[in-house]
Design a protein around this ligand. Sequence first.
Ligand code: URA
Length: 451
Amino acid sequence: MSQPTASPFRAIDLIRKKRDGGSLTKPEIGYLVQGCTDGSIPDYQASAWLMAVVLRGMTREETASLTDAMLHSGEVLDLNFLPARKVDKHSTGGVGDKTSLVLAPLVAAGGLYVPMISGRGLGHTGGTLDKLEAIPGFRVSLSTEEFHRVLNTCGCAMIGQTEKIAPADRKLYALRDVTGTVESPYLICASIMSKKLAEGTDALVLDVKTGSGAFMKKEEDAVFLAELMVETGERMGKQMVALITDMNQPLGRMVGNAHEVRECIDVMRGEGPDDLRELCLELAAWMFYLGGVVKEIEEGKTFAAKIISSGKALDRFRQMVQLQGGDVSTIDDPSRLPQAGHRVEVRSPSTGYVTALACEQVGTACVILGGGRERKEDSIDPGVGIIVQKKIGDRVSAGEPLCMIHCHSETQATRAASLLRESYTIEPEALTLTSRPPLVHRLIKGKTATF
Ligand code: URA
């Protein structure tokens, strides 16, 4: 019987090297990732290494090596059997951020394939899987064969991370969650990109949120993370672009799972709020551009708008819902989606203009209602939610509704209502147009970009 080859590395030496500000090589990072995942490196050493990364950072090479090692810790889907390019979008998450539900069918209807592996909501930000599961019967856990079949049939499929995809991320994220090591752009980049690259896409559009409801509250932090992810993706042969977009207020007017599905259906019917529609068109345009369908972003937006007005995006969404086991009657009649029966209005205490919204608090209010999770194991109530009636720049009179809460009882809404009331800043003077937050703050292109 052959003996296992002894490793040339010891975890303690690599932890010390990073602690003292050194850069680890690709084989050294590979050794750490494999050992942390298979348990041969104990959790206390894994955690010490993660903390050293938080404090010392990583070079771009190390970040790419970490992403690569995490990506190859599990299955990497091979979608080369599909006859057109595969593109996806990833958002760093926000409140009312629901564009994925529109983008996947819209871009598929435009001739590309969208293999989307998404996550669940945690804390104040919602998750795509929770929104999809608000559609009765919709299955987000598909086998690889089913995923391929749905993708092949309707051009898009939306599922959750399987056990086989990036197991290193599952292990490392669980440790980061309890050791104060989530907040590192290098670790966030490797975590997100390892999962996204496992989907087998050719190109990826990143929507990196910034503002009071975002993970990255400061724009410079969002830009740093975006640049890191774009470079990492490019190093791994993917076409990448990142948009830094606004999360100083909820996107659209609906917050809460079934409510958000309804708002996406509105957009796919050519209706819905302007900001949500506009961001969907912008992101779709970049997906079409990277997928080689259009040569200019404006052309991509016009193309996306035409697909929506022709009804093809909604048809594609209906088809995907059916293929994934969902009740399609809810798409044709969204009033059949789950909804909590009680309504509570949150009224303005004064007259003036909305000049700011503490967006994270709106997300937290939804969690309090049961529409989100404080902890991973919490269950979700799909029918509760918040309709944001006044947004930044709007005029409001004393006593006029700011938001409408959909809940099951008055008492359930009390804490959420006071949080929502507090989240509004109302001032006598209106903001000038230029001081209102733009929808898209910046565009981050990679070094290899020709656009
Ligand atoms: N989302 C992820 O998937 N990973 C992180 O590290 C942070 C956010």
